[in-house]
Write a protein that binds this ligand. Structure first.
Ligand SMILES: O=C(O)C(=O)C[C@]1(C(=O)O)C=C[C@@H](O)C=C1
Length: 162
């Protein structure tokens, strides 16, 4: 599920911005992402407004995870990232995933309008984030981490079905 891969970049973006004073929300970058998506949707025969709506949800989900992480790192210094990834290296990865998500949107055009779309989406969400084993060492941490990514995916999901 490309939406889940895209959402996973939020961890790296959050670490890239942490401690730099650079805000999580970057309206200029959002506008650039959405402009490119609109253009690429037209090229691929996807309804551009639907594609933009889907990507708005992906961006909101990304910000939700980033904000959650920054909040946690503010409260718990031990959890703060020890390295600062380079945002200029992550954005091309996000651009590539945006293209892949557009391909997935095109490939699932026949399903997206059906009543079975939402149940199928819920099954896909469960598959990409299985329940962590909290009896394992580090399991509680992993469960918290999985929890926010699930919440993010649910935030990213509504526009994926018509
Ligand atoms: O590229 C960034 O700076 C991100 O934080 C990622 C992202 C996105 O999901 O594409 C999310 C929030 C920003 O407002 C802009 C873009």
């Amino acid at each position: 599920m490309v939406a889940s891969e895209r959402l996973a970049t939020a961890d790296i973006v959050a670490a890239a911005k942490w401690g730099t004073g650079q805000p999580i929300e970057d309206p200029e970058r959002e506008a650039q992402v959405l402009d490119t998506v609109r253009q690429q949707a037209v090229e691929r025969g996807i309804e551009p407004d639907a594609a933009v709506a889907i990507f708005r949800d992906q961006i909101e989900a990304n910000k939700l995870v980033q904000r959650y992480l920054h909040h946690g790192w503010t409260a718990n210094p031990a959890q703060r990232p020890t390295e600062r990834p380079d945002l200029d290296e992550i954005r091309p990865v996000i651009d590539r995933l945006n293209g892949e998500l557009l391909n997935e949107i095109r490939a699932t055009a026949g399903i997206r309008g059906q009543p079975s779309c939402r149940p199928r989406l819920m099954i896909a969400l469960r598959q990409v984030s299985p329940e962590p084993d909290t009896t394992e060492p580090g399991g509680a941490n992993e469960a918290r981490h999985t929890g926010i990514h699930r919440a993010g995916l649910i935030r990213a999901a509504p526009s994926l079905c018509d």
